[in-house]
Design a binder for this molecule. Structure first.
Ligand code: GLU
Ligand code: MG
Length: 439
């Protein structure tokens, strides 16, 4: 631990996240650093919980110096800024129950108590857009397609800016490429422990927005920003490694034809079982469900496969390389709070293991091309198709609710319900066109 850290910057941003997964900050002049490091900074619970919360008014932000990074971009006036993640603690110094980072840390500790160390990775998709007509998210910044080597350097340069900035913040950027639709990009950084990966995803989103804005574009992570183009996924990769040295790849079994261990099968069966509640965590906005439709390259069913990439859960990796074998969750989107989603996944793994759930048969044909009878025969159910259904599933799922805790689940559901209620009051141009003269 770098507790003797002396930030070499003018200001330090104390970072934490709310239950919706947004980065929040209090910025202090560096002269105040030593005092803040030792005594913390007070805040009230409504900053995290997202509503007037009279009960948790004496919380404290405590910086974790091991997460300190110097921001690789200075301000326009040449000031330098550092960033450090903080733990949120209550008056007794205990982790605050609705700090998403504390929720994830607790879930990781529960996995480790089983001898399982979670490893998480993410693929972040986003659009680079130019300012467009009022009321739109913007216009795609390029006209290129899937993995194209484009001649339009402007959007490519934004991706290079992002990759370089992240590398200077200590990330190993594995690569970035053009996604399927015009203006759409994907960036992947090296997998790691659960908390680091979740923290880094939030830093990536922030960095991408800053870098895009510097070149007059915007980096848009909303799940479905453009109705006629594909949505943005947040593919989540996860595996379990043994906590004992030398660490074993617990998801791997060289004698199995798919390379999968019995532990992997029961863990995956757990995730399939809890998929509806996990959908609430992975797809927490009204807009999320506009992405989760057939024919947009996104999964709509609760199925798994070893080879077919149209399923919600895909087993990826090389049978011959134990550590590479992992689960890829393809339904989450970048609006997810990664800390809460990862905590939910770990709880579902543990439940699948404890109940020794049997894994259904793999679905190697695109599930959205199977007719309802074929789906029924195989016992393949749809994922929730709208936010209220997903929230109901979360409310009914004791395992996931317990992993999040009552305070966090309540605030999360309240937040997403407010999103739905606000949307419900909007009358769209589509409705006017469809109904005004006809009903
Ligand atoms: N953008 C697609 C989605 O929304 C995923 C594309 C891909 O396979 O990488 O799910
Ligand atoms: Mg992709």
């Amino acid at each position: 631990m770098t507790t003797d850290l002396v930030p070499d910057v003018d200001f330090v941003q104390l970072l934490f996240t709310d239950v919706a997964g947004r980065l929040k900050t209090l910025e202090v002049p560096t002269a105040r650093w030593a005092e803040v490091r030792d005594s913390g900074w007070t805040l009230d619970g409504s900053v995290l919980l997202g509503y007037g919360d009279p009960e948790h008014s004496d919380l404290r932000l405590v910086p974790d110096p091991s997460t300190y990074v110097r921001r690789p971009w200075d301000t326009v006036s040449g000031r330098t800024v550092g960033m450090v993640f903080c733990d949120v603690v209550d008056t007794a110094g205990r982790p605050f129950a609705a700090d998403p980072r504390a929720v994830l840390r607790k879930a990781v500790e529960a996995s480790e108590a089983r001898g399982q160390r979670p490893v998480f990775g993410v693929e972040a998709e986003f659009y680079l857009l130019r300012p467009g007509a009022p009321g739109t998210a913007g216009e795609p910044a390029d006209g290129a397609g899937y993995w194209d080597l484009s001649v339009d350097e402007e959007a490519d340069e934004v991706c290079r800016d992002i990759a370089e900035a992240l590398a200077r913040m200590g990330f190993t950027v594995d690569g970035h490429h053009h996604e399927v639709c015009a203006g759409q990009r994907e960036l992947v950084f090296r997998h790691g422990d659960a908390l680091t990966t979740a923290d880094r995803l939030l830093l990536l989103k922030h960095t991408a927005r800053v870098m895009a804005r510097r070149r007059g574009l915007s980096a848009v992570f909303m799940p479905k920003p453009l109705a006629h183009l594909y949505g943005n996924a947040l593919h989540v990769h996860v595996s379990l490694a043994g906590t004992e040295a030398p660490s074993k790849a617990l998801f791997h079994d060289g004698d199995d034809t798919d390379g999968m261990s019995a532990l992997f099968r029961s863990s995956l069966a757990g995730v399939l079982d809890h998929a509806p509640a996990l959908t609430a965590l992975g797809n927490p906005t009204v807009n999320s469900y506009k992405r989760l439709v057939p024919a947009s390259g996104t999964p709509v069913h609760r199925s798994w496969a070893r080879h077919n990439r149209s399923t919600a859960f895909k087993v990826v990796g090389d049978n011959a390389v134990p550590g590479s074998l992992r689960l890829e969750m393809r339904s989450p989107d970048p609006a997810a709070n990664p800390h809460l989603l990862f905590a939910g996944v770990l709880a579902a793994f543990a439940d699948g293991q404890d109940r020794d759930l049997k894994l259904s048969e793999a679905c190697e044909e695109p599930a959205d091309q199977l007719d309802p009878a074929a789906l029924a025969t195989r016992g393949i159910l749809p994922l929730p198709t709208d936010l209220p259904s997903a929230l109901r599933a979360l409310d009914e799922d004791g395992t996931v609710r317990e992993a999040l805790g009552t305070l966090t689940t309540g605030a999360f559901v309240r937040n997403s319900t407010a999103d739905w209620a606000a949307w419900h009051r909007v009358v769209t141009a589509w409705e006017i066109e469809r109904y005004a003269d006809s009903v």
